[in-house]
Design a protein around this ligand. Structure first.
Ligand code: ATP
Length: 210
């Protein structure tokens, strides 16, 4: 089986995440993708409660009704900070004979070497990188080792130095959770970027208003 892992804070999950994962599954013929909301992020502060992010992810995936997609709360149930390499080790134990693909956006590739045990991540998976719209400005700055190199150069450099497997796929979707949170705080309409049930959950719980 070729399976994917798509992790994120999903705070909130948006149409960009869903389009991205659908495209990755189609292009790389993934039979299953596990959507893994981060438990405790060691890279981001002020993240919403895990229970809310998990519920929004479950609702979005349920609404999408794609049998290949499964939401997994493995990182939320694990104690302490969430590390991708631990999640990959966990899947390797569960599916030792299968091929694992880690799905990330371009911004994540730009600081992946700062992730805990990144070498192990490269050993355990092939990285599928989605392009990210150039208007996106990550909250994570140069002090986090964010690479400003051209994407081609970065991929060549990582591949040469670390013998990792990285596949790029074109993706151009101008949406981010940061922008959605900002818009919600300002009372702006963000329904184009959220599924109905996620929007309803945010309204019911009054999330992102403060
Ligand atoms: P934030 O704005 O809070 O940083 P985000 O929109 O980047 O959030 P995450 O949950 O952090 O969302 O993203 C999970 C993964 O999806 C990351 O690897 C990120 O690069 C990727 N991703 C999210 N949105 C896009 C997008 N519009 N285009 C490409 N990749 C994306």
């Amino acid at each position: 089986m070729k399976y994917g892992i798509f992790g994120g804070t999903f705070d909130p999950i948006h149409t960009g995440h869903l389009l991205l994962v659908e495209k990755a599954m189609d292009i790389f013929s993934l039979e299953r993708v596990f959507m893994v909301p981060t438990g405790v992020s060691y890279l981001k502060s002020g993240v919403s409660a895990a229970a809310d992010r998990l519920e929004m992810t479950r609702r979005a995936v349920w609404e999408l009704a794609d049998e290949r997609l499964v939401v997994d709360d493995v990182e939320i149930l694990r104690e302490g900070s969430s590390y991708t390499y631990e999640t990959l080790e966990y899947y390797k134990e569960s599916f030792p004979e299968d091929d694992c693909y880690l799905i990330i956006g371009e911004d994540s590739l730009r600081y992946i070497e700062k992730w805990r045990c990144s070498k192990r991540i490269f050993e355990l998976s092939t990285i599928l990188v989605a392009g990210r719209n150039e208007s996106y400005h990550p909250a994570i700055g140069n002090d986090m080792g964010y690479s400003e190199a051209s994407l081609d150069t970065l991929i060549r450099d990582l591949t040469d130095r670390l013998e990792c497997r990285i596949e790029f796929f074109a993706f151009d979707c101008d949406v981010s959770s940061t922008e959605i949170r900002r818009s919600l705080k300002n009372g702006e309409d963000v329904s184009a970027y959220l599924t109905d049930s996620v929007k309803q959950y945010i309204d019911e719980k009054g999330l992102y208003r403060l």
